[in-house]
Design a protein around this ligand. Structure first.
Ligand code: HEM
Length: 130
């Protein structure tokens, strides 16, 4: 089993010379990679010691980038209550927030509108036939 890190453990490695990031709940030591990153060191410094899932996915990194990432893996994230929830940024994937919140409400509301619209149309049709 891979080594487990808490979010706090990762947060301590937030400098250019000692940098961990979280991507999809895995921990990566990107210290040696910072200078080589084609996207520059600034963007990595922005997410140093944090969950970089969203930033990483938003850019649309290539498969090669994902392979590089895999080589830097040092462990997995042990989630604890109160940790920031990442937004994976994968098209089509529903984030935990979206599942519980407004999205579900809107879904039910839409069904209601469609059914109501159908009923009204049917009523109007019956009325015209009279
Ligand atoms: C955490 C590990 C990361 C790895 C291993 C990595 C790797 C790479 C690689 C290999 C490329 C070259 C293009 C490609 O193959 O897709 C690249 C480009 C890029 N990366 Fe990352 N990246 C990481 C994180 C990030 C983060 C957190 C950001 C934040 C926004 C970022 C922003 C960019 C940008 C903007 C480019 C495009 C550069 C250009 O084409 O001019 N990367 N990255």
């Amino acid at each position: 089993m891979s080594k487990q890190f808490t979010y706090q453990d990762v947060a301590e490695h937030n400098t250019k010379n000692d940098m961990y990031v979280v991507v999809h709940d895995k921990i990566y030591d990107v210290t040696k990679f910072v200078d080589e990153h084609p996207g520059g060191e600034e963007v990595l410094l922005d997410v140093a010691g944090q969950d970089a899932t969203e930033a990483f996915e938003d850019v649309g990194h290539s498969d090669e980038a994902r392979e590089t990432l895999a080589q830097l893996e040092i462990g997995a994230l042990k989630r604890q209550e109160g940790d920031p929830v990442p937004n994976a940024g994968i098209p089509g994937a529903v984030s935990p927030q979206a599942q519980t919140g407004a999205a579900t409400g809107l879904g039910v509301g839409l069904y209601a509108i469609i059914i109501l619209g159908g009923a009204l149309a049917y009523g109007a049709y019956q009325y015209m036939q009279q």
